[in-house]
Ligand binder design. Structure first.
Ligand SMILES: [Zn+2]
Length: 175
């Protein structure tokens, strides 16, 4: 179990030269851009990072993250618990021009004055791993499908049950 907190900045070249690994937590409340997209989050993101130098001499970071987020349901906008995880391969570059030379397998991360903004890197990866849309199960959702399709008049109507024989008839009727 991870208990230590990761620093917001690291010296990635030094870590890569020593093939070091970092594992720890980052507070979700520190991710401002994530909050703008899906609302304030509580709890921690779990992060594993392996720094190294590959056969071509590229300094890289192999990473993995996991978090439990509360994402707004697309129908009723109430939060919905979602497990999010992702794996990523990053290539360190010192300028945008060098980023173009990285193979497509690597996402570039900018290292300035030997420093890497780890907070921003992990936040980027977390945002990339967000599901496109999330919905409650219909039973849990504040807005039923009937309400969405026909407005408030549908509120009082019971869902009509279709008999299995009726379903079978429809299937057989198809070309
Ligand atoms: Zn909902």
């Amino acid at each position: 179990m991870l208990t230590s907190r990761l620093p917001h900045r690291v010296e990635p070249y030094r870590l890569a030269a020593r093939s070091e690994s970092l594992a720890g937590l980052m507070a979700l409340e520190d991710f401002e851009r994530l909050a703008e997209q899906v609302g304030r989050q509580a709890g921690d993101c779990r992060v594993w990072l392996g720094f190294g130098v590959d056969a071509q001499g590229r300094r890289e970071i192999r990473g993995r993250l996991e978090a439990e987020l509360q994402l707004p349901c697309r129908r009723c906008l109430e939060p919905l618990a979602q497990h999010v995880e992702s794996e990523f391969l990053l290539g360190m570059v010192t300028s945008d021009a060098l980023a173009a030379e990285l193979p497509s397998t690597h996402e570039p991360v900018l290292v300035e004055n030997e420093q890497l903004n780890l907070l921003a890197v992990v936040e980027d990866e977390l945002i990339l791993s967000l599901p496109q849309v999330v919905y409650h199960d219909e039973a849990q959702c504040g807005v039923s499908r009937d309400q969405l399709s026909s407005g408030e008049e549908a509120e009082s109507t019971e869902p009509t049950r279709v008999s299995p024989f009726e379903v079978l008839r429809r299937l057989k009727g198809k070309p």
